[in-house]
Design a protein. Structure first.
Length: 116
């Protein structure tokens, strides 16, 4: 079983920064990839960024150049550094862990509010 926990959300002014963390814990699994998604009120959940076991990253066009995804060497933690935050970045941010043999596991989410 895999347990996924996010942290680091909060209230920040436009132009500010936040760093989100995601930790996957448990036993009997190997993480293949980790990703960050977000869901704003009334909108569908969208992929923000992901990182593979090999370190390959992809980003949504809306966050390129502002957000950076990273992971630790053991591949059970992921971080999302968010800079130059905009009001439209306001959402609940979810971590998704793809592992074997568990497949996908979602965290409960952490809220990010960008407002003056």
């Amino acid at each position: 079983q895999v347990r996924v926990v996010e942290s680091g959300g909060g209230l920040v002014q436009p132009g500010g920064s936040l760093r989100l963390s995601c930790t996957a814990s448990g036993s009997g699994f190997r993480v293949i990839a980790m990703s960050w998604w977000r869901q704003a009120p009334g909108k569908q959940r969208e992929l923000v960024a992901d990182i593979t076991q090999e370190g390959t990253t992809t980003y949504a066009d809306s966050v390129k150049g502002r957000f950076t995804i990273s992971r630790d060497g053991a591949m059970n933690k992921s971080y999302l550094q968010m800079n130059i935050l905009k009001p439209e970045d306001t959402a609940t941010y979810f971590c998704n862990v793809y592992s074997v043999p568990i497949k996908e596991t979602w965290g409960q989410g952490t809220q990010v509010i960008v407002s003056s």
